[in-house]
Design a protein around this ligand. Structure first.
Ligand SMILES: NC(=O)c1ccc[n+]([C@@H]2O[C@H](COP(=O)([O-])OP(=O)(O)OC[C@H]3O[C@@H](n4cnc5c(N)ncnc54)[C@H](O)[C@@H]3O)[C@@H](O)[C@H]2O)c1
Length: 474
């Protein structure tokens, strides 16, 4: 499949050159029908958003259930390598009184789905298929929404940017953590200046995935062991976006500031070998695999405005889950796991101690993000990582129905995903600093920051509450 993916991308390499030749590589906030910056881009409103979901493994079915429950949204097509996974979701739609979806399967079933009469292709496949499917979707006039990380190489990042700009189609990364309750509270605090001027952020994906990584696909593990195999071949941070993108939003990266360079250092790989030896024996193929990916990878980024962001990745150590979620400014700091906050009374004062539960609660209630105020309770009922998955899909459909810019654009996608290749490059070179490309080509200087966005729930119609507990791992 990797070979096919390379060939596919090679086949689309001309697009960037063609876009540049056509004068599309401009940096200003041009509103377009297919040529210019996608910053602030809004597509014409859709009366009904007809979605095709591809990849119906652990993650995809939850998306089918959530999307089908949102008014003005129809799961119009289902696609997976395996026809029985498609049939299972078709049955769910029928059992829940939803319209029948078109069915696609096999290795290239997604091509026919992208060519069909739908508006949005929602991609929850293994990583190496994310960009190829998104490019094909945009080439066929569809918006693309892609699971994380949406692009694994710089070449893929640029291909997403150039194709989105040239076709005038949205290309959004489905970064559900941007809709987490703490992440949105943090964004609201940052927007209202409560933390003062932002200086430093820390995010992470620390999640012991060893049992899932080595779980046989026949018993419900990743299809074809795709995640284990990626970790086997790569160093650095292959999964940077959960911790990074919420901080990027708070710091207005690509919308007032831009990442300039980064450095990454990775530890040795110890945890996976130990796990494989203990669980499968020294002579097993698992014990002999010796994945390259170090257990702990730490990246530090510096922005044009002198801010720093630390991003960590560890899916192999025996430690509790954390995305860290730390944001620190001249007047205060908060972080998560557990959630805590400290604020100075006035500029220049110190904030030496975290607030106690009462004060923390007071701040939490006062600064709860409006989207959580409006739809948080509903989101918790719908489930999907405590509701954030539902809020992400709700905002996505709401924006498409109302012809609004999406919360996350293709530059956010490319910048956050560029860490996959850049962290590896740096870590393989003793933490040598590497430049982060400016995917906005200077557009960050004039692009408008993401506002405090919400939805008009009552205008959307009745939400058909269906609990999504199909996927518990972020
Ligand atoms: N945002 C989150 O919180 C979150 C959580 C879990 C997974 N994910 C992401 O979701 C994606 C899927 O992860 P998963 O855990 O569901 O993996 P999975 O292996 O369980 O599912 C992948 C699915 O894609 C299908 N597939 C493979 N090749 C295909 C092809 N050629 N055409 C159509 N379908 C094909 C597989 O058959 C499988 O059903 C990954 O990108 C992962 O990073 C995100």
């Amino acid at each position: 499949m990797l070979q096919n993916r390379r060939e596919f991308l090679k086949g689309t390499a001309w697009m960037g050159a063609a876009a540049a030749a056509a004068g599309c590589a401009t940096s200003g906030a041009v509103k377009l029908g297919g040529c210019g910056s996608m910053s602030g881009f809004a597509a014409p409103p859709l009366k009904k958003v007809r979605v095709g979901v591809v990849g119906l493994g652990m993650r995809g079915p939850g998306a089918v259930h959530r999307l089908a429950s949102i008014p003005g949204t129809e799961v119009a097509a289902l696609c997976d390598l395996y026809p029985d996974r498609v049939a299972r979701q078709q049955k769910w739609l029928a059992d829940n009184g939803k319209p029948k979806a078109a069915e696609y399967s096999g290795q290239y079933g997604w091509k026919a789905m992208c060519e069909s009469d739908i508006d949005l292709v929602y991609i929850a496949t293994p990583w190496d298929l994310h960009t190829p499917i998104a490019l094909y979707a945009m080439e066929h006039g569809k918006h693309a929404a892609i699971e994380v990380p949406s692009a694994m190489t710089l070449e893929e990042c640029w291909a997403c940017v150039e194709t989105s700009e040239r076709t005038g189609r949205h290309c959004m990364q489905l970064e559900n953590c941007c809709y987490g309750e703490v992440e949105m509270l943090t964004l609201n605090l940052a927007r209202n200046g409560v933390l003062g001027e932002l200086v430093h952020g820390e995010g992470a994906y620390i999640h012991d995935l060893r049992s899932l990584n080595y779980l046989d696909p026949v018993d419900g593990g990743y299809q074809g062991y795709w995640r284990l195999m990626w970790n086997a071949k790569h160093f650095g941070n292959p999964y940077p976006t959960h911790g990074l993108l919420p901080i990027m939003q708070a710091m207005n990266i690509n919308r007032g500031d831009v990442m300039e360079y980064l450095t990454c250092v990775s530890s040795a790989q110890i945890g996976m070998d130990l796990y494989a030896k203990e669980k499968f024996g020294e002579e097993s193929w698992q014990a002999k695999l010796h994945p390259k990916c170090g257990d702990m990878s730490t990246t530090v980024i510096r922005t044009a405005k002198g801010r720093t962001i630390m991003v960590q990745h560890d899916v192999t150590s025996a430690r509790p889950y954390s995305r860290i979620n730390l944001l620190s400014g001249t007047q205060g700091c908060l972080n998560d796991y557990p959630f805590r906050i400290a604020l100075a009374e006035k500029p220049g004062d110190s904030a030496h101690s975290w607030f106690g539960p009462e004060k923390t609660n007071e701040i939490y209630n006062k600064w709860r993000h409006p989207l959580w105020k409006v739809a948080g309770e509903l989101a918790k009922k719908m489930g999907g990582h405590g509701g954030m998955d539902f809020l992400m899909d709700l905002r996505l459909s709401y924006c498409l129905q109302n012809g609004l810019p999406l919360d996350m654009d293709v530059y956010d996608l490319a910048t956050s995903c560029s860490l996959c290749e850049l962290s590896e490059k740096s870590a393989l070179n003793r933490g040598m600093s590497v430049d982060v490309p400016d995917f906005t080509r200077g557009g960050w200087k004039t692009a408008k920051p993401l506002g405090i966005e919400t939805v008009e729930l009552e205008k959307m119609g009745v939400i058909d509450v269906k609990k999504d507990d199909s996927q518990l791992n972020v």
